[in-house]
Design a protein around this ligand. Structure first.
Ligand code: PAF
Length: 299
């Protein structure tokens, strides 16, 4: 089976022109915004995009405005050639890979803030992060024009922020959220997994193990937020080098719930923890998602 060459665009105006041309031909556009270092989770987004649009555009841009001082912007993995090779067989037609100056030319001043959804969870530990995400995604949507855009639910807060932003700014973009793709032992796929040592990776399984424990408690009828949250927290506290948060929150408005409260229909459990120098996040919505698989001892 032959694969078609992918068209690589680096100029923002050329991306807009390419998407406009497709729409003039009666084709629809589906966008997959990424920061590259693509793994099977990203490729699942590309597969989904092909179900939502005729022209599949993958954007690859390590967005500096969503990294804070001291975060891993400089060491974030970059592999454009490898990404193109991975995308070729998967139905992507166009890759948009702009330079930093093309997206943020001198004099750029505007930032998008989605109030209310961005202060808690990761926002509390990464000030300004979601302003950077919302700003770059708004710019990508403006360039691409009317389209479907596909995002993973591993970045659950990001997905909620982007949905809200698109609705509030009347952007002509249908937001599609896709379940987290996991390794067979439960580890959520992430570009940052490449940084994990063998021992970090083993301990990183505690995130999925905690979420699975919360699911077991939920399935047995437990609705105490404290019991559910602590079930998720215990393995992470034992294994991680540090824990930013293990929180229980409303899956829609992301408001955190106190341990003394009781869960209603659905409950978001979200985790952020560090293994070595690597910060990982994971989440599940009890009452909605399937539990992550759990690693078997020695398996
Ligand atoms: O999820 C990501 O990879 C990034 O946050 C995104 C949405 C591409 C914005 O830079």
């Amino acid at each position: 089976m032959g694969t078609r060459p992918i068209e690589v665009i680096t100029e923002p105006a050329a991306l807009g022109a390419r998407c406009d041309a497709a729409r003039r031909e009666g084709r629809t556009v589906a966008l997959v915004p990424t920061m590259g270092a693509l793994h099977e989770g990203h490729l699942a987004l590309v597969d989904e995009a092909a179900r939502h649009g005729d022209l599949v555009v993958v954007t690859i841009f390590v967005n500096p405005t969503q990294f804070g001082p001291g975060e891993d912007l400089d060491r974030y993995p970059r592999d454009l050639a490898g990404d193109l090779a991975r995308l070729a067989p998967r139905g992507a037609h166009v890759v948009f890979a702009p330079a930093r100056e093309a997206m943020y030319p001198p004099g750029h001043r505007t930032s998008v803030r989605v109030a209310g959804l961005t202060e808690g969870l990761c926002g509390a530990h990464r000030p300004g992060h979601f302003d950077g995400v919302a700003t770059i995604v708004a710019k990508l949507f403006a360039l691409a024009g009317p389209c479907a855009a596909v995002f993973g639910r591993k970045d659950y807060q990001q997905l909620r922020v982007i949905r809200r932003m698109a609705a509030d700014l009347d952007l002509p973009v249908e937001i599609v959220g896709l379940p987290t793709v996991r390794e067979p032992d439960g580890l959520a796929l992430s570009s940052r997994n490449a940084f994990l040592s063998v021992d970090d990776r083993r301990r990183a399984l505690s995130l999925a193990a905690g979420l699975a424990a919360a699911h077991r408690a939920w399935a047995s009828g437990e609705r105490s937020v404290g019991v559910l949250r602590r079930a998720a927290e215990a393995p992470v506290r034992r294994a991680a080098d540090s824990v930013d948060y293990v929180a229980a929150a409303d899956p829609d408005d992301l408001g955190t719930l106190d341990d003394g409260e009781r869960a209603a229909g659905r409950l978001l459990i979200a985790v952020a923890a560090r293994l070595g120098a690597t910060r990982l996040i994971d989440n599940t919505v009890l009452g909605e998602d399937r539990p992550p698989p759990v690693a078997t001892e020695g398996g």
